[in-house]
Design a protein around this ligand. Structure first.
Ligand SMILES: Nc1ncnc2c1ncn2[C@@H]1O[C@H](COP(=O)(O)OP(=O)(O)OP(=O)(O)O)[C@@H](O)[C@H]1O
Length: 259
């Protein structure tokens, strides 16, 4: 049985309504510590909304989301967000900040001393495969899309948050860079043991990264299970996604079932 302290995030009967229209409803699931939970689903199915309910960019219209056992309504929103790394597709880097300033943003807001901050920034840039000597003083528009994505990941990790929310973080990359960065991210996650909620509509990405996959449709969670159970599902919506795996080879996928 899963112990409470193995649970990082819980959704209890959560709905979020906008102008009386439910964007998500009946959400009941947990995110276990150290797992990569993939939220998979077609455009507009409610993945981003679900993510924003975790870091309190949105609060539930009914039900409750708990992070580390505490309802998001009770968390101080600033403290909550600083304890959660957030990576989005467009990276959200500040254009007039250097790469070092972008990566060091949260620690500097937390009042870290200069030396500690610059050490941390260098360490993180190295961790995501960017040479600090080459990149620290550049501005975001002087980097390629893939390099900016790496900076986005480094920034999310800067204050060492236990939980990372990643919303289509590699969506804008060419397929080769994307596979490279996915594999590196997987290594990094194994090394750091973070809990990750990762949004994608790409089933290949889901199978490569997932400890478990949550399939969403029309604001509901249809299924949440390991990749190998996903493969066995008879649900129509699951099969539709599986058909999108071009060169489907079971031995390549579903190997990271264990949490
Ligand atoms: N601020 C808003 N105002 C009106 N409708 C919204 C708003 N935010 C989200 N929606 C609607 O809520 C639904 C869920 O949106 P959400 O962004 O969660 O989907 P998603 O699964 O992340 O989609 P995508 O993969 O395209 O990013 C969509 O139908 C969207 O149009």
């Amino acid at each position: 049985m899963v112990q409470d302290n193995e649970i990082a995030v819980e959704f209890h009967n959560v709905a979020y309504l906008l102008n009386d229209r439910p964007l998500v409803s009946n959400l009941n699931f947990t995110v276990q510590r150290g797992e990569i939970l993939i939220l998979l689903g077609r455009s507009g199915c409610g993945k981003t909304t679900t993510m924003k309910l975790i870091n309190r960019l949105l609060t539930p219209s009914s039900g409750e989301v708990r992070v580390e056992g505490i309802s998001t309504n009770e968390w101080n929103p600033i403290k909550l967000r600083r304890s959660i790394g957030y990576v989005i597709q467009e990276t959200g880097l500040f254009p007039h900040f250097t790469i070092a300033q972008n990566v060091g943003l949260v620690p500097s807001l937390e009042g870290w001393k200069r030396d500690r901050l610059s050490q941390r920034v260098n360490q993180l840039l190295q961790l995501v495969g960017l040479d600090p000597k080459q990149f620290a003083d550049r501005y975001p528009n002087e980097l390629s899309g893939g390099q900016r994505q790496r900076v986005g990941v480094a920034r999310a990790l800067a204050a060492d948050p236990p939980l990372l929310l990643m919303d289509e973080p590699f969506g804008a990359l060419d397929p080769i860079t994307r596979i490279e960065i996915q594999k590196e991210f997987l290594q990094l996650q194994k090394q750091l043991g973070k809990t990750v909620v990762f949004v994608t509509h790409d089933i290949q990405e889901a199978f490569l990264l997932a400890s478990r996959i949550g399939l969403m449709e029309s604001g509901k969670m249809l299924l949440i299970d390991t990749a190998s159970e996903f493969l066995k599902s008879e649900q129509k919506e699951v099969k539709q996604f599986l058909q999108c795996l071009p060169f489907f080879n079971q031995s390549q996928y579903g190997s990271s079932d264990s949490i």
